[in-house]
Design a protein around this ligand. Structure first.
Ligand code: AMP
Ligand code: MG
Length: 328
């Protein structure tokens, strides 16, 4: 009896896994989808669950990578007609739906243009206007016919704007199905997926990076399972002749988006929605993005302007910053 009490006290103070009141914690880091991912989970199955999440993330990378010829995207881009799993059908159908809802601000077939600027290869350059025009003419359509997908001839898909958010949701679904993980925080290179609850029951605190500096612009407080995805020009850009060119392209012009926004963070139940919208709303700019929010209430968002002003939709709670709350 005495021994048990001492062991219990030890476990509590050292935070050892598996002890009463202190669920097992597991952590894993991996490099996938061109980014460092840090996974943390709590619960009796945490260790095994994160191993499964890692396998899932690598397999999604295999399917979604634009630079792998054998991937789903690679095969579509070679002009093949591809049979899809039900999951991939949902991903492509959901992406097409978001593209339509955002008036084409999210454009899944933008690869001819993003490739030209070097954003997928790291070979950055400012293309000539004629090259941009030619690349834009190549932006065709993705067709879905039941579980079959194909592209217009010469057209090329780039799922970089939705892949990580989708992956986060898939990972959360995996954890949910296992039922032996009580909470998890999956940081997929700045795209965050929360799952369940923290061991102490407190809210998840998620920092929003200051687009103009090293620190945080503010901190979000959330409870439960959420996708929290940020798009920002600062995440990937190059500078030529004193001008910054960011990796988010306005499909209407073929040039990097300059909408007055420095970053957009979207919080949604669904990762595809969060990721797709973070990119699209960045392209649209604050006014159009708020109109979109008022018409479609399936997400909340934080907008940071180039001038450093922060706007948060009414459903969110932020700390460590002053911000404008956007109401109806
Ligand atoms: P994100 O970081 O989620 O905003 O996605 C940006 C990535 O998506 C870029 O690196 C491009 O590969 C691709 N992309 C850039 N602009 C767009 C756009 N307007 N619509 C769809 N994909 C885009
Ligand atoms: Mg995105």
């Amino acid at each position: 009896m005495k021994k048990t009490i001492i062991l219990l006290l030890l476990c509590l103070s050292l935070g050892l896994p598996g002890c009463a009141g202190n669920p097992a914690q597991a952590e894993r880091q991996l490099f996938a989808m061109d980014t460092v991912m840090t996974l943390t989970a709590w619960g009796s199955g945490a260790e095994e669950a994160l191993a499964e999440v890692e396998t899932l993330l690598f397999s999604l990378e295999d399917q979604l990578s634009v630079t792998r010829e054998s991937s789903l995207v690679g095969r579509l881009n070679q002009g093949q007609t591809v049979e899809l799993t039900p999951e991939l059908t949902r991903l492509l159908a959901g992406t097409l739906a978001l593209s339509q809802k955002t008036g084409g601000a999210l454009e899944p077939c933008l690869y001819p243009v993003t490739k030209l600027w070097g954003f997928t290869t790291g070979d950055y350059r400012v293309p000539e206007p004629a090259e941009i025009q030619a690349a834009q003419a190549q932006v065709g359509r993705l067709h879905l016919d039941g579980d079959t997908a194909y592209l217009d001839p010469g057209s090329q898909l780039d799922l970089g704007a939705v892949g990580k958010g989708w992956a986060g949701s898939q990972a959360a679904a995996l954890l949910q199905a296992r039922q032996d993980v009580t909470g998890a925080l999956l940081n997929l290179g700045g795209n965050v997926q929360t799952y369940g609850a923290k061991p102490d029951g407190s809210a998840w605190t998620i920092g929003i990076q200051d687009p103009a500096g090293e620190g945080l612009a503010g901190v979000l407080h959330l409870t439960g399972t959420w996708a929290v995805v940020t798009s920002g020009g600062y995440e990937r850009y190059f500078t030529q002749d004193g001008v910054d060119y960011c990796h988010i392209i306005d499909p209407a012009t073929g040039y990097p988006a300059r909408s007055g926004l420095a970053s957009v963070t979207v919080v949604a139940e669904d990762g595809l929605t969060a990721d797709g919208l973070s990119t699209a709303l960045y392209v649209l700019g604050l006014e159009a993005a708020l109109d979109y929010w008022r018409e479609n209430r399936d997400f909340q968002a934080v907008f940071i302007t180039d001038a450093g002003e922060i706007y948060a939709t009414a459903g969110l709670e932020l700390s460590q910053c002053s911000y404008h709350t956007v109401e109806d």
